[in-house]
Design a protein around this ligand. Structure first.
Ligand SMILES: C[S@@+](CC[C@H](N)C(=O)[O-])C[C@H]1O[C@@H](n2cnc3c(N)ncnc32)[C@H](O)[C@@H]1O
Length: 277
């Protein structure tokens, strides 16, 4: 008879508990993140040198795969004759892909350094001529009016709402409503990982021995992310103000840092919404 200490159940309990030995290190790392969110994002982007797989950017796998998965939904629900605003565009990976679908694509980000990266990438020939960028905090009062876009626009937003608190989500959604006007539609895709921070970083390949470099950079420099699913969507986009046209599960693809299948895909949520009347 095997001793209880060596049984599969005991081993699995031990491996679950072992993960939590990371906790002090995670707390130490995350303490160094600037408390001011716009400052944190701009400092993060100021330190970025590379792009795509193998780079420092946690949420950039360097492929169009995820965007291609969204393309049919975008074509079905969003008016291609309207411009599209990529809110929280980062280095403009999705903005450039959107320019292949819409008449014009405008990337906007709170970080001036992110916008500088996006501009540089576009000028390096990897973008289309119909792309431009602007640095702006999209939670600010008047941000929708400050964006130089004529008339109604579509909105694309990926991986941004889950890093904002509820008050900033509400402020950003007020601006999205103004941008969309009568004819525009919002497409969002966000991570919706159900678990605590230790489980989240373990999913992305962190162990008690090591933390993948792009993940460690995000932990030590950025606000702690939350998750964004149907509950958060219906709070941020109240059904009396927004019509839900479609939603469902997606896989948010991240930088493949460990080579372990599935570790670079985070369970996510997408939704397509239009302001009511
Ligand atoms: C996780 S990154 C996602 C970047 C990009 N959407 C992508 O998927 O590659 C979140 C981005 O949102 C931007 N961001 C955060 N808060 C913002 C705000 N209040 N207004 C505009 N952009 C913001 C950050 O600077 C960062 O580039």
């Amino acid at each position: 008879m095997s001793s209880p200490a060596k049984s599969p159940a005991a081993k699995s309990v031990r491996s679950v508990l072992q993960k939590y030995l990371m906790l002090p290190k995670l707390i130490r790392l995350s303490r160094s993140a600037p408390k001011d969110r716009p400052v944190a994002w701009d400092t993060y982007w100021a330190g970025i040198r590379g792009k795509g797989a193998g780079s420092e950017i946690l949420w950039d796998p360097g492929t169009d795969n995820e965007f291609l998965g969204y393309r049919d939904v975008l074509l079905r629900y969003l008016d291609r004759e309207l411009p599209v605003i990529d809110v929280g565009c980062g280095h403009g990976r999705f903005t450039r892909a959107l320019a292949g679908v819409f008449t014009e694509a405008v990337g906007v980000d709170v970080s001036g350094h992110a916008v500088a990266h996006a501009d540089a990438e576009t000028q390096a020939g990897r973008g289309a001529a119909k792309v431009r960028y602007q640095a702006l905090d999209m939670t600010g009062t008047g941000a929708a009016q400050a964006l130089s876009v004529q008339g109604d626009a579509n909105v694309f937003i990926r991986g941004v709402l889950h890093v904002l608190d509820a008050a900033d989500q509400a402020a950003m959604v007020d601006n999205l409503r103004l941008l969309a006007g009568r004819r525009g539609t919002v497409f969002l895709a966000e991570t919706n990982f159900q678990g605590n921070p230790v489980q989240y970083v373990s999913h992305l390949g962190a162990t008690t021995r090591s933390i993948p470099a792009p993940l460690e950079r995000a932990i030590r420099g950025l606000p702690m992310p939350g998750h964004f699913g149907p509950d958060e969507r219906s709070r941020a986009f109240p059904p009396e103000a927004w019509e839900l046209l479609a939603d469902g599960e997606v896989a948010i693809e991240t930088n493949p840092t460990t080579g372990v299948d599935g570790q670079s895909r985070v369970p996510g949520y997408f939704a397509v919404l239009r302001p009511r009347g």
